[in-house]
Design a protein around this ligand. Structure first.
Ligand code: SF4
Ligand code: SF4
Length: 396
């Protein structure tokens, strides 16, 4: 194994990510916060030129020489735990015709802007405009302002070799220039070659014109964010109402049923808050999809770090695993889970077992939870009674 095998990553050549506040990165997991340099694209120079500037050239050079890239620490951390990282997993699309170092934007991730109507606990004001009031009240720093990214400043030829686009926000369907981009991709004919994945908070169902553009893509995956059932979802994805989620997911389901190139995935962001709710969520999803099976993906929260399950003390983790054991018996006796979901559940258990630096995590958890509860007039202990007793909170 050469030294670069431990650092080399194809995302630096065949992928580009634009964040909702105009930062450019090789992928969604790359951490720019630990750099002094700015990764912000001005929106005027060519996006491709910015990606080949000295900043990125330096990172590529280090990586090729086997030097660890500090912005890639999330992948390295997973690899140390023997969990497949984004770097070590197969690239999400076919690149067999490319040399390792060929520049070709086969995989593009677009954070189309931070306009959003929710303020999820796992999110922050760098990604959601709805979060800004709370962030300012709590003096939490954030990046970017309220302005939207004008996706019309990206020439359509940029997507000429693109095979896959992943879209995040904010809430993508609240952005006009995103709808216009879909239209431009449809009219250019590029959409026929592109697999499109959109992360949506499932509060907005687009109009007929947008649906027509969406259906022109080779494949459409709607990744519907849902962090639990009913009030658990409302607490974690404030202030979504459960009825609103059900109303919108029903429309997406109808589109999926009538169009073979459309798939809906339920994306569950797993944090300390909802880890004990996992099997209740699976139970609901299987019931909702019956007689079909839902596609469920778990997305693990690393940041904010006080929500990261791996950081919690051992006695808390034992309690979670005990609960997992009881709940899994209940759910396995009721449903035949898909093999892929079973595999994902095993990875989730690995995460609970894993160790991470944990000093001060409980104090920070309670401080942040209380502060947001007060601001939003919510009650952690009412929504998560089991976790509340497990954390054995001392009276304050
Ligand atoms: S190593 Fe991981 S974080 Fe770094 S660019 Fe590759 S996929 Fe992204
Ligand atoms: S819906 Fe997405 S962008 Fe909006 S607050 Fe939630 S995670 Fe952030």
């Amino acid at each position: 194994m050469s030294s670069s095998d431990k650092t080399f990553c194809k995302y630096f050549y065949h992928s580009l990510m634009l964040t909702p506040y105009s930062e450019v990165r090789p992928c969604c997991r790359f951490d720019t916060n630990i750099y002094d340099e700015s990764f912000v694209w001005d929106g005027e120079s060519k996006l491709t030129d910015f990606y080949q500037s000295d900043l990125f050239a330096g990172l590529r050079k280090d990586m090729e020489e086997g030097k660890p890239i500090k912005g890639c620490h999330r992948c390295y951390q997973e690899e140390e735990l023997n969990i497949p990282s984004m770097r070590t997993k197969p690239f999400p699309i076919d690149i067999s015709d490319l040399e390792d170092k060929d520049f070709s934007f086969r995989f593009v991730e677009l954070g189309v802007g931070k306009k959003c109507n929710l303020k999820c606990r796992s999110c922050n004001a760098s990604f959601s405009t709805k979060w800004i009031g709370d962030a300012e009240a709590l003096k939490m720093p954030y990046s970017g302002d309220n302005s939207e990214i004008d996706l019309n400043s990206i020439p359509i030829q940029f997507f000429k070799e693109t095979k896959s686009i992943k879209v995040t926000g904010g809430e993508p369907f609240l952005h006009n220039s995103f709808s216009e981009l879909l239209n431009r991709l449809n009219e250019s004919g590029y959409s026929k070659e592109i697999e499109l994945e959109i992360f949506t908070n499932t509060t907005v169902f687009p109009n007929e014109d947008v649906i027509e553009s969406l259906l022109s893509f080779k494949h459409l995956q709607i990744s519907s964010s849902i962090d639990g059932v009913d009030k658990v979802n409302t607490y974690l994805r404030h202030p979504i109402r459960w009825e609103k989620y059900l109303e919108t997911i029903r429309k997406w389901r109808r589109l999926e049923i009538h169009n073979p190139n459309v798939d809906i995935f339920l994306v569950n962001t797993v944090s300390i808050y909802n880890i004990m709710h996992t099997f209740k969520f699976i139970d609901w999803a299987y019931d909702y999809y019956y007689p079909q099976q839902p596609d469920i993906i778990f997305q693990i929260v690393h940041d904010p770090s006080y929500m990261n399950v791996a950081r919690f003390p051992e006695d808390v983790k034992f309690g979670i695993l005990d609960h997992f054991f009881d709940e899994s018996h209940r759910v396995y006796s009721k449903w035949r889970l898909s093999p892929i979901l079973e595999k994902r559940l095993k990875q989730l258990k690995k995460l609970i077992h894993s160790k991470a630096e944990n000093s001060g995590v409980l104090e920070e958890f309670w401080q942040k939870t209380d502060a947001l509860d007060r601001l939003r007039k919510e009650s952690f202990k009412d929504v998560f009674p089991e976790l509340n007793s497990l954390l054995r909170r001392k009276p304050t």
